[in-house]
Design a protein around this ligand. Structure first.
Ligand SMILES: NC(=O)c1ccc[n+]([C@@H]2O[C@H](COP(=O)([O-])OP(=O)(O)OC[C@H]3O[C@@H](n4cnc5c(N)ncnc54)[C@H](OP(=O)(O)O)[C@@H]3O)[C@@H](O)[C@H]2O)c1
Length: 277
């Protein structure tokens, strides 16, 4: 398989508008190039407006940039109001933003990692969903690390005892279980949900690690795993007609660490309904 061959399997997106959260770096930024090549219009939700506006200059298909910080419910509420009042045309929302190794405790008691990767993402989904009166698909970025979360255990998400890496696994584990709950409940018949994983790739996600690990880690990841233009294909596939509501899209390589996307059902052990009982 080549990138060109895989991209040829995905239809043209002319006439579509896609909201992308977390596209100012790494995998989300790579997705923007695919979306431009597929002729989709894009609305960026970003915490760093100057960075987002700089990116807008080189991607002519970006039609708007809205300020959005997934660690703040005030910011999320404001962004939802702006998005709903100024754009009714979007058909999909990509929830890609995520963070690793940031234990800074926020006013609401959650660490930055737990808030960004799960609590904030869930708050956004829960609060925008009743306001959507047209068909919308959420494409949610999970992680292979979610599989490392212990089975049959509920967590206190404000616990200070969680390790930095534990917080990441748990936040992504809760997010993927929440995806499954949304699909099963089908509370909003106009909304579809797809969960993706990028595999492993070198990005700024390691920015909060200590410097030697950051420097060595980036080189190691870039050498042994796949580039962001491939790691972003599960998101692109999740936006396409190749996938449907409830699909789980991961790299097809060994241990799902790299490779072109494959579509499957979320494994039973990863559904974790007990987290919400
Ligand atoms: N890289 C990997 O190997 C890997 C593996 C598994 C899963 N993932 C997942 O893939 C997604 C993208 O990660 P990446 O590797 O591309 O990392 P990245 O390069 O660090 O990009 C993360 C993106 O999320 C945004 N973001 C972070 N916190 C935010 C907040 N509070 N509000 C709004 N936006 C925020 C960042 O904005 P700024 O530009 O302002 O920082 C950036 O656009 C994440 O969900 C990550 O967990 C990555």
């Amino acid at each position: 398989m080549t990138l060109k061959k895989y991209l040829n399997k995905i239809e043209d997106f002319t006439g579509r508008t896609i909201v992308v959260i977390g596209a100012t770096s790494g995998i989300g930024l790579a997705l923007l190039t695919h979306l431009e090549n597929k002729n989709a219009k894009v609305i960026l939700l970003a915490r760093n407006l100057s960075k987002a506006n700089e990116i807008k200059k080189s991607h002519k298909n970006i039609i708007d940039v809205i300020e959005y910080d997934q660690t703040s419910t005030i910011s999320i509420d404001k962004a939802i109001d702006t998005l709903i009042s100024t754009h009714q045309e979007f058909d999909s929302i990509v929830l890609n933003c995520g963070i690793l190794f940031n234990k800074t405790i926020l006013e609401n008691g959650y660490s930055t990692t737990i808030m960004t990767n799960y609590v904030g993402a869930r708050y956004f989904i829960d609060n925008i969903s009743p306001k959507l009166n047209h068909n919308v698909r959420f494409v949610i970025q999970g992680s292979i690390a979610a599989g490392l979360m212990k089975k049959n255990k509920k967590y206190d998400l404000t616990s200070r005892k969680l390790t930095k890496f534990g917080e990441y696994n748990i936040s992504k584990g809760y997010l993927e279980a929440y995806f499954y709950k949304l699909v099963k409940e089908n509370k909003y018949p106009n909304i579809e949900y797809v969960l993706t994983e990028p595999g492993i790739c070198a990005t700024n996600i390691i920015r909060h690690m200590v410097r030697p690990i950051r420097v060595l880690g980036k080189g190691f990841l870039a050498t042994f795993f796949h580039p962001t233009k491939i790691a972003s294909l599960p998101l692109l596939t999740g936006l396409s007609k190749l996938s449907k509501n409830g699909d789980y899209i991961i790299p097809r390589g060994i241990f799902s660490l790299s490779g072109y996307p494959k579509i499957k059902d979320l494994p039973l052990k990863r559904r974790r309904p007990y987290l919400f009982e």
